[in-house]
Ligand binder design. Structure first.
Ligand SMILES: *[C@@H]1O[C@H](CO)[C@@H](O)[C@H](O)[C@H]1NC(C)=O
Ligand SMILES: *[C@@H]1O[C@H](CO)[C@@H](O)[C@H](O)[C@H]1NC(C)=O
Ligand SMILES: *[C@@H]1O[C@H](CO)[C@@H](O)[C@H](O)[C@H]1NC(C)=O
Ligand SMILES: *[C@@H]1O[C@H](CO)[C@@H](O)[C@H](O)[C@H]1NC(C)=O
Length: 409
């Protein structure tokens, strides 16, 4: 009798709890002292909704997400910009694609955090609407901490607490910073000639000021520089300078390097803030680059945007022509995860493994999980990254003749 009652009690409890949507607990290192992040970038859902090709790409992209998450066990998924191809969006349903993107995450009770990319702002799609759609799920940790027309939306930070910090009240072991590099076009706005209006494509200086001030407060509060990872959709000019002035070495910085020259923040804008077609780069990301190298905790910056670049580069010098000197921060691309968007490089997802033990030495590990199931570009972002020799990453394409897999899951 007692046994039966107990069984009923335990059986009933979960359904009572799940009736109330609960907020996910603060992020925390697992009991084994690790914290893993899977980065999905440039998913580009919602292309060509008017034909069969577009919706097929979304089915393929969902298969990529499932394959990656079947092989990896992340504590957090980062959606690093260009979730939706807003240029193809219809006003009445431009954000429904968020539901399709997060379904494989919700199925696995995973939690995620987004940055928004240049294709997430268009005449028929706004960043605010994407955020509201994300917030229908308690799994979403995306926030807006800076407001105003120039700020963009996805600017915020998330603390990650230590494995033994049961109540998550101690100093965070790790900070995750998310920045909005904007771009695309303003929502439902046209100029007097009836043309869409371009939104600047760099992290705004007001956001940089918020970052510096907020980080200063955290240093004061916890009496230390907390190790940090940065996520931003569009890379800075430092990545371009590394690529063109120094060169990416296939064995020391393994990865695909086909987007040559890469597109960076401020690309296509003039120094005076206008977007005349005569200007190639306006230098507006200099304050952001300065803030990154002047923030001692920042270990790595992860970007997307350039689908054909997948390397990490340790920026540890004053690169010719630049005014900002690197301090050893790692500048990493991920892997194009979606079937939408340009390029047919093999799809996949960069993994970032942080451990409490290695964090003491400012070391993080990273690799790329491919849709084929394989792993490439496994590196340790340690003190000698950039000198250590690794296997070259093969320049594979999706559905290449020699690929033995089919996307059916
Ligand atoms: C969104 O609306 C367009 C235009 O009506 C339609 O073609 C498309 O299938 C819709 N997308 C979704 C995901 O429902
Ligand atoms: C915006 O959405 C409306 C309504 O679906 C559609 O008719 C129009 O073509 C779209 N405009 C652009 C610029 O995408
Ligand atoms: C941007 O990168 C280019 C190299 O491609 C370099 O010549 C230039 O000086 C850099 N500018 C700034 C402001 O970083
Ligand atoms: C960095 O990692 C690589 C690869 O594991 C290793 O060979 C190298 O010795 C490491 N460097 C340091 C300083 O630990």
């Amino acid at each position: 009798m007692l046994r039966a009652l107990t069984a009923i009690f335990f059986f009933a409890l979960p359904s009572i709890q799940s009736a109330v949507p609960t907020k996910f607990a603060p992020l925390q290192f697992a009991k084994d002292g690790t914290f893993q992040i899977s980065i999905l970038e440039d998913l580009h859902f919602g292309e060509n909704a008017w034909d069969t090709w577009g919706p097929e790409q979304d089915v393929n992209s969902v298969a990529v997400i499932n394959r990656v998450l079947n092989a990896e066990s992340p504590d957090l998924v980062v959606l690093n910009g260009d979730l939706i191809t807003g240029d193809n969006a219809f006003l009445e349903n431009s954000t429904v694609y968020i539901d399709k993107i997060v379904a494989p995450l919700v199925d696995r009770s995973l939690t995620w955090a987004s940055t928004y990319g240049n294709h997430d702002s268009a005449y028929n799609l706004s960043r605010e609407a994407i955020l509201a759609r994300e917030h229908r799920w308690p799994n979403s940790r995306t926030e807006q901490m800076v407001f105003g027309r120039e700020a963009g939306v996805s600017n915020y930070y998330l603390p990650v607490h230590g494995s033994d910090d049961e109540s998550s009240t101690g100093a965070p072991e790790l900070l995750l910073w998310f920045f909005d590099s904007r771009g695309g076009y303003y929502y439902q706005e046209l100029d007097t000639a009836g043309n869409v209006i371009a939104q600047p494509n760099w992290v705004d200086v007001g956001v940089v000021d918020w970052f510096k001030k907020t980080n200063e407060e955290l240093v004061k509060k916890y009496h230390k520089n907390i190790p940090s990872l940065v996520f931003v959709h569009i890379p800075t000019n430092a990545s371009l300078a590394a690529q063109t002035e120094i060169g990416i070495n296939a064995y020391r910085e393994p990865g695909i390097n086909d987007d040559y020259t890469l597109a960076q923040q401020g690309e296509g804008w003039c120094a005076d803030g206008s977007d005349a077609s005569t200007c190639t780069y306006g230098g507006q990301d200099v304050p952001f680059m300065k803030a990154l190298v002047n923030t001692p905790g920042v270990l790595a910056v992860f970007s997307g945007h350039d689908h054909g670049d997948t390397w990490c580069y340790k920026w540890d010098s004053l690169i010719s022509g630049m005014t900002v000197e690197g301090n050893g921060v790692n500048l990493c691309f991920g892997q194009h995860s979606g079937y939408g968007g340009y390029g047919s490089w093999i799809r996949g997802s960069r993994q970032v493994l942080v451990s409490e033990e290695k964090l003491k030495k400012k070391v993080i590990d990273s690799w790329i999980r491919l849709e084929s199931g394989g792993v490439v570009g496994s590196v340790s972002l340690n003190a000698t990254y950039g000198e250590d020799k690794y296997p070259e990453t093969p320049d594979l394409l999706s559905s290449c003749p020699t690929c033995s897999y089919t996307l059916d899951s």
